[in-house]
Design a protein around this ligand. Structure first.
Ligand SMILES: [Zn+2]
Length: 106
């Protein structure tokens, strides 16, 4: 599955408990159609204390969310946008903002 977003994109969350939150994609899982967004969908994992690690406790960690629940924020006009494919000066196609027409990929 090909994602419309990739690592290091700035995105906004469209649904769920973190709706409206913005963050950077820290990792993308195209095979699952999922992305991990910085500060979004934080889950608590409980960890038991072990003899080597006396500190048990709760670890907060981002869980992946489905890529369809995020939208790219255009680096040029700073608005959430759908992406278009647009030819660059070198003839290759790259993602572009549907609102302002600027390329999203550098
Ligand atoms: Zn734009």
């Amino acid at each position: 599955m090909k994602l419309h977003v990739r690592k290091d994109d700035q995105v906004i969350v469209l649904t769920g408990k973190d709706q409206g939150k913005k963050g950077k994609i820290v990792s993308a899982q195209p095979e699952k159609g999922r992305v991990v967004v910085e500060g979004v969908n934080i889950v608590s994992r409980h960890r038991k204390a072990t003899p080597t690690m006396s500190q048990g406790g709760i670890i907060k960690q981002e869980a992946p969310i489905h890529s369809s629940n995020v939208m790219v924020i255009c680096p040029s006009c700073k608005k959430p946008t759908r992406t278009a494919h647009k030819e660059m000066t070198d003839g290759k196609f790259a993602r572009a903002c549907k609102k302002c027409g600027e390329h999203i990929d550098k």
